[in-house]
Structures are given as structure tokens and as C-alpha cells.
Write a protein that binds this ligand. Sequence first.
Ligand code: NIG
Ligand code: FE
Length: 407
Amino acid sequence: MTELTTIVHDASEIVVGPGTDEPLERYENAAIAVTDGRVTAVGPTNEITDEYPVENATHAINADGKSVIPGFVDSHTHALFAGDRSDEFAAKLGGEQYQDILAEGGGILRTVRAVRERSDDELLVNVLFHLDTMFAHGTTTVEIKSGYGLDTETELRMLDVIRRADESHPMDVVPTFMGAHAVPEETDADTYTDRVIDEQLPAVADQGVAEFCDVFCEEDVFSVEQSRRVLEAGLEHGLTPKIHAEEFVRLGGAQLAAEVGATSADHLLHANEDDRAALTEAGVTPVLLPGTAFSLEADYADARAFFDDGGSVAVATDFNPNCYSQSMGFAIALACVGMGMTPAEALIAGTHSGARALDRTDKAGMLREGMPADMAIVDAPSHVHVPYNFGVNTVETVLKGGEPVHR
Ligand code: NIG
Ligand code: FE
């Protein structure tokens, strides 16, 4: 039997998703009705409540003075890790370079040592703690990468913990295999690339625990050719490619993303006009990570150029020990203030375009009829307050499949 689960009514504004003539499809003085976990109707409060009376709903939420937005889709994170790198943050503020720290065995390699020492249950506690924070800040779908194992056993352990987190938390968690995240100590990139392809990928595919395969294509990490080998092998095992590209230098990862048909190319701080054109033409979603540029004190990716070329971008947190923010609201504020995006563009980048970067525009990122009712109620009269009230969590309540979740 279908059942009206939830009605949120009298909201100052409800943002449905991208508009056709306007940047946003949105309603003022609006209501949204949810049946069996999906949006059944959204529009002006009087029309919606005539058809779906408030008294019939299991949950009736008066959102007077508040706005409703789709739950954020955080399409790039490394949210499963152990240990603390706050000392590296302080050292970087003092002038040390991220790549030098990595070359000396710190950075990613330090997190790898910490993860290998922890039990599965300890890792699960860590990631659930971060998922709670993300959820409270309005994220309802998140991608999490492995890549702090760098050996078959630990990479599989990470992906299994990611699966358990998905099962035990209301958040939708999308798993990405990233064995090619760094070159482990006492080996070289070619030897390790072989190991990722010959040992790790077949084991990951066998367990069916990842949807995407990602690689850190960067100077002194994985070359374009090594990255190509990993992504093509991933494709053979049914994993869709993603890539960390043009973060510190322009190496050619964006062009590779276009060639292999990646779902997304991420970072892109040093992408140029040719790279943007190749990505747009190939339908690869650019995922920009302003929190990373912020914490590295680097120049932001050129978001405006993507829009001027007729494309669009996703914005994500890149939450990891080097970029320690779980907040999509903060990433959206940086996208506006640091990268010149409008609040409407940044909101779409953090919802619908994030879903595009994860191949799930039919499951997340919009509040159209028939979509899962994943939404955040913002304690302010419009979506503009998300970046306007920067540094503060404006999200008051999160609904997953129409159910208000209090954690
Ligand atoms: O996307 N750049 C590579 N990987 C991560 C950082 C991971 C880490 O430093 O632990 C990123 O920024
Ligand atoms: Fe990353």
C-alpha cells in the first residue's frame, strides 16, 4: 500500500534542481510530499496540501521561514582513514610543500601506516563518526575511496569497511577503489602499477566491492601511461574510471580522462583550455575541490572558464587528512567566494552535478517527482544562505527517503 510518509510545508523556498530557463527550478511558499520514500509532489503549499492533507502524513514538518534543498552529493572523499595529520597542516602553513612531505614518507604514506595498524572495527568507528558529521551538514550521498592500504589485503579491508558503513548508516555510500593513490615505500611506480593491475584489481572485482577505479595521475606519483594502464585494467574488470588530474602540475590526466571515458576528472587546478574542451566533449564531469586549494593555499581551479565554455562542474569536499572539512556548505561557500560561482551554480554543483560525477542522476541530487526524497532543511529563508552564512552549519534537519534522521 502506498502511504504518505512526510509532508514539509510552508517553506520559504524549495529548490528542486537545475532549471530550464532559470538557473534553478524552485518554488516559494512551497511544500513537498513524500510517499514510500520518493517525492510525490512539490509546488506551492496550498496546492500540495489540498491534494496531500497535512493530517494524513506520518511526519508533518512546518518549514516556515526555512528553505529545502536536495541533500548534498559529495562526489569525492577519502573519508575512511586513521590517525592525525594536523602537524602537517601547521608545517604547510609554515611553508612546507605537500609533495615534499609525501616524498619524505609523510602525507598519504603516513596515513597508510596508520590504517594498516587498525582493525576493521576501529576503521568502521572512524568512518561512521565522519559520516555522522557529513550527514548533519546535509550530505545524503557520499563517495569514499580506498587508497590508504596500498596492498591487496588492506585495500580489500578498506572496501569492506566502506560497504559495512553503507549498510549501517542512512547515508548512501559509493565505493571507489584507489589502489593507485601513492607508490608504497621501498618500491617503484612501475612495479607497483603492475601489482595494482595483476593482484589488487582482480581481487577487488572478484569481491564486487567497488564501482569506480581512481588513480592519482601526478608528477612523481603515477604517470599518464601508468594511469592509463590502471584505468583500462579497471574497465576490463567492470570498474568505471575516475582520475585525480592536473592538481599540482599539468601532466595530461584530463586528456586521459576524456580518452578512457572517465565519469569524472577531479582537482583540475592546472587544466587549460584544451583540457576543458576535451572533458566537455567527452562528457566527463569536472569535479572541483575548493577545500583542497584552500588548505594548500593554492590557486583555485578556473570554474568560470568551464561555464564560459558551455560546460558545468561538480563541487565536492575532498575530505581527507590533508583537507579536513566534511562540510559541503563550506565547499559551496569557497566555490562562490574563491571560484566566482553564483550560489545557484554552486548549489547545483554540490547536488545534481555531484550525482552526475557518480553516475546516479536518477537516484540523487534533485527533488523532482519520483526521485528519492533525500533533502536538507536549511534554517534560513533561501539557498543563498548556505554560502552567505559561511563557516556555520545552516542545515537544521536532514530527511533520507523522506524520514527525518536524528543522529
Ligand atoms: O585528493 N591528491 C591525492 N589525494 C588526496 C589527498 C589524500 C591525502 O593527502 O591523504 C586528494 O587531495
Ligand atoms: Fe582525492
